[in-house]
Design a protein around this ligand. Structure first.
Ligand SMILES: Nc1nc2c(ncn2[C@@H]2O[C@H](COP(=O)(O)OP(=O)(O)O)[C@@H](O)[C@H]2O)c(=O)[nH]1
Ligand SMILES: [Mg+2]
Length: 424
């Protein structure tokens, strides 16, 4: 699971990245571009209780003593990445902070194609916009309300569509020949060949062609398509290959009228628009890491740690943050990620194990991995998600909960605990 942070410079992409991954990266109030994309890991909670809750009950019922784990609220799993407390399991998501995208990137302006290829491996994109309208399209600070969040949104989707258009225009002569010999499936095959490298699937292409047909019922035969038709198809391809969700950042500074029309446009077209304050999330995570507060991401309140002495400035800073959290209804970032992963991308959680009785791996670790996989993932698909060798050598799997043997095409349920049998 990989999510890219995109947007014009100086909107808070690196701040969002630093807050969510709890790492330090360069953050500055002027447009500058990091040479390499920042790549890191963030965590979100699973929708339902960790499978270690069931395991604990199973052990208790059998009359054995589960490992004592008071400090973790009863959780007994041993996550290799993430953590689990009170049966709330954290699962990893890779985040990529793709530096600033400037108008003309598809023609190589700024860091141009480098930005674009950093996006290619992402399952979804979050566009961070400056909801306060305080920075121009190139990221230079101007007074609040001086720029239009709508403009930066349109610039970005058009830039991405132009990039895709560039890729398909390149071989258009070949497309025409394919269409003449293979009919409409020639177009699908051509698009798949050209776009598989940026992560397009057959189904993305089929869905994009469907929506093109719906929006352009009178389009001429493909072999006489001009730029207009191709551009329109590129826009549909963009929305299938790179679903884009909006983090309306700097909401702490923003007047609602600055972003209202963008909000309405995004929501009316079925998109996701969440007001965020990355800066506040970063301050909260840092205070929490320093031990000054107890804060659970996604909540509206935090507690001061009475064992830590704070100076006046720190106390004021924290009380200002507390007031801000209440006023904004949270920092928005956790809500945004959770909605993208579970509602929009329909990811489910699967626990691969090596021992179907004790739900452990080869080293005896209890439920070491919890993976986010697309809804509809099969047993064999999970094997590939663990390791390509496990997928290639797949023989069969077993459902560790019921003990039943399942085949390669068996579709996993949310929370499935699966042992994979493979040739080594
Ligand atoms: N008020 C406010 N400022 C923010 C917020 N997020 C980021 N900033 C500031 O915006 C500027 C640009 O942030 P940065 O993360 O470097 O932007 P990037 O160029 O998109 O990576 C910095 O001065 C940040 O402190 C926010 O939520 N609220
Ligand atoms: Mg940055």
């Amino acid at each position: 699971m990989r999510i890219g942070l995109v947007g014009k410079p100086n909107v808070g992409k690196s701040t969002t990245f630093a807050a969510l991954t709890e790492t330090s990266v360069d953050i500055a109030n002027y447009p500058f571009t990091t040479i390499e994309a920042n790549v890191g890991v963030t965590y979100i909670s699973t929708n339902s209780s960790c499978a270690c809750k069931e395991l604990r009950t199973k052990i208790e019922k059998s009359g054995r003593e589960p490992p004592s784990n008071i400090s973790r609220g009863g959780s007994i799993c041993e996550p290799r990445t993430g953590a689990c407390n009170n049966f709330s399991r954290l699962v990893p998501i890779t985040l990529v902070d793709v530096a600033g995208l400037v108008p003309g990137a598809h023609k190589g302006r700024g860091r141009g194609n480098q930005f674009l290829s950093d996006l290619a491996s992402c399952d979804a994109l979050i566009q961070v916009v400056d909801a306060s309208g305080g920075t121009d399209i190139e990221g230079n600070p101007i007074g609040s309300g001086g720029s239009s969040p709508e403009e930066e949104y349109h610039f970005l989707i058009e830039e991405l569509a132009a990039w895709i258009d560039g890729i398909i225009s390149n071989g258009w002569g070949k497309a025409i020949r394919k269409i003449q010999s293979e009919g409409e499936s020639g177009l699908t095959n051509f698009l798949y060949e050209q776009l598989t490298g940026i992560g397009a699937t057959q189904s993305d292409i089929a869905l994009a062609i469907d929506s093109f047909r719906r929006e352009n019922p009178d389009a001429p035969a493909i072999h006489v398509w001009g730029e207009r038709e191709r551009r329109s198809l590129s826009a549909m391809l963009r929305s299938q290959i790179f679903p884009l969700y909006i983090a309306a950042n700097k909401s702490d500074l923003a007047a609602e009228e600055t972003y209202l029309s963008l909000k309405n446009e995004v929501i009316d077209s079925g998109g996701l628009f969440v007001p965020c304050s990355a800066d506040s999330e970063l301050a909260l995570r840092r205070a929490s890491k320093a031990g000054a507060i107890f804060y659970k991401p996604g909540t509206l309140e935090f507690e001061l740690n009475s064992e830590i002495n704070l100076n006046e400035a720190q106390k004021n800073g924290l009380s200002e943050l507390a007031e801000r959290l209440q006023r904004l209804g949270g920092t928005g970032l956790n809500q945004l990620l959770t909605e993208i992963v579970y509602q929009r991308l329909e990811r489910i959680v699967a626990y691969p194990v090596q021992d179907e009785t004790h739900w452990v791996d080869g080293e005896g670790r209890v439920l070491p991995d919890a993976l986010l996989v697309p809804c509809g993932t099969t047993a064999k698909g999970l094997a590939y998600a663990v390791h390509s060798d496990l997928g290639d050598g797949f023989i069969r799997a077993s459902d560790a909960r019921s003990g039943r043997i399942v085949g390669a095409e068996h579709e996993l349920e949310d929370g499935a605990i699966i042992k994979i049998h493979a040739k080594s």
